[in-house]
Structure formats: structure tokens, C-alpha cells
Design a protein around this ligand. Structure first.
Ligand SMILES: Nc1nc2c(ncn2[C@@H]2O[C@H](COP(=O)(O)OP(=O)(O)O)[C@@H](O)[C@H]2O)c(=O)[nH]1
Ligand SMILES: [Mg+2]
Length: 207
């Protein structure tokens, strides 16, 4: 069967509960924003076919199903991930301080060369709600060699740039490794024990 995309990149969205992980996935995949709290239980991943500088790529974006609250993300969840969007909430200092926990968790569980992008969400909020200045995000991003964006799922700010930057960095890394653009590794989901329906999404996943 002819394939309409060149490769699949598995991307995880990580960070504390309530920072907006589910919102960023919905915003990017559905172009919608959900104002009320949505339970992520039952959603495994969403997929989006993107045009990466002329090359069609399938992004398989994994959202935690609430396990982050109990700090029970396992190595299995990280398996095969080429990219991670690490999120905090600019209105929640604890979510920023917990980045060190998440970075350690990534180091212990993900592939050593996994690409990371840092996203500070809810950036449309001004003081007094905002408690984490942009410079603090820039600094930690620089220390860990991650591109950094302040984003707003609510106002649709920098969402596309965040995912495209991550995808480009994944592609650059693969090119350096000598992967062909037409290498098809859409076995990522299958390797994780999931099967796809004819739309290419997991059952229960609306996209
Ligand atoms: N003000 C504001 N609220 C947001 C934004 N993105 C998400 N939220 C809210 O933050 C809460 C948590 O979002 P959710 O995506 O469920 O977080 P998760 O637990 O990390 O998946 C929800 O009430 C969202 O409506 C944003 O850009 N600005
Ligand atoms: Mg969620």
C-alpha cells in the first residue's frame, strides 16, 4: 500500500498536572481549545500529519492519562519517543520548580538523545497571575540546551512553532544518523503495543 507520509515521530507531552498538556494536544490536533478541565483518561495518543518543509511527517503525540499526578510514568511510556514537549505553567511556580523532577525522569527513562522543547504555557496571563518570568524559562532552557517558547493554548500563541521546532530537530538528528526521509517507522505505535484503526488513530481517539 502506498504511504502518504515519510516517517512517524513519537512525541510525548510531559509536565505537572494542570499545566495544559491536554489542551496543547487538542489545540494542535483539533485546532480547538477546551476551557473546562478535561480528563485525559482513555486517550492514548493523537496523530497529526504535518508538512515539514515539503516532507509529510506523521506526528504521534502522546498525552499522559493522569499518571503524572501520581508520578507513575514508566519506561514503557517513554519507549520509542524521539521528542518531548516539557511544559510548565507561568502562573504556577511549583510547575516550574518541578521541571528538575521531569528532566531527571526523562534522563532516567528516555533515550539519551531524545529531543526536548520547553514550553511555558498560559503566557497570555499577566501579573498578578503570572509568577514565572520569561527569563527564568529562557535560562533553564539554555542550561539544558532546549529551544524555548512561551505559549498560550487559550490564545493559540506559538503552538505550531513549538511542534514544528521539535519535529525539525528530530529530522536533523535523523539526517545526521543517515536515516532516509522515506524510511518509514510507523511501527512506533505497534512497538508500544497499540493497534490502529483505518483512520490511523487508536480507538477512543477522536482525531
Ligand atoms: N489561562 C489559560 N488557561 C489554560 C491554558 N491552557 C490550558 N489552560 C487551562 O488549564 C487547565 C488544565 O489544562 P489541561 O490541558 O487539562 O492540563 P493537563 O493536566 O496538563 O493536561 C484547564 O482548566 C485549561 O482550561 C492557557 O493557555 N491559558
Ligand atoms: Mg491532561
Amino acid at each position: 500500500m502506498a504511504l502518504d507520509f515519510a516517517a512517524t515521530y513519537k512525541v510525548l507531552v510531559l509536565g505537572d498536572s494542570n499545566v495544559g498538556k491536554t489542551c496543547i494536544v487538542h489545540r494542535y490536533c483539533d485546532e480547538r481549545y477546551y476551557d473546562s478541565y478535561i480528563s485525559t483518561i482513555g486517550i492514548d495518543f493523537k496523530q497529526k500529519l504535518i508538512n515539514l518543509d515539503g516532507v509529510p511527517i506523521k506526528l504521534q503525540i502522546w498525552d499522559t492519562a493522569g499518571q503524572e499526578r501520581f508520578r507513575t510514568l514508566t519506561t514503557a511510556y517513554y519507549r520509542g519517543a524521539q521528542g518531548i514537549i516539557l511544559m510548565y505553567d507561568v502562573t504556577n511556580l511549583e510547575s516550574f520548580n518541578n521541571l528538575s523532577y521531569w528532566l531527571r525522569n526523562i534522563q532516567e527513562n528516555a533515550a539519551p538523545d531524545v529531543i526536548k522543547v520547553l514550553a511555558g504555557n498560559k503566557c497570555e496571563c499577566n501579573e498578578p497571575q503570572r509568577v514565572v518570568e520569561k527569563e527564568k524559562g529562557e535560562k533553564i532552557a539554555e542550561n539544558f540546551d532546549m529551544p524555548f517558547f512561551e505559549v498560550s493554548c487559550k490564545m493559540n500563541v506559538n503552538i505550531e512553532d513549538t511542534f514544528l521546532t521539535l519535529a525539525r530537530k528530530i529530522r536533523e538528528q535523523r539526517e545526521q544518523r543517515g536515516y532516509n526521509v522515506d524510511d518509514n517507522d510507523h511501527g512506533v505505535a505497534l512497538a508500544n503495543g497499540y493497534s490502529r484503526n483505518s483512520q490511523g488513530s487508536t480507538s477512543g481517539c477522536p482525531c
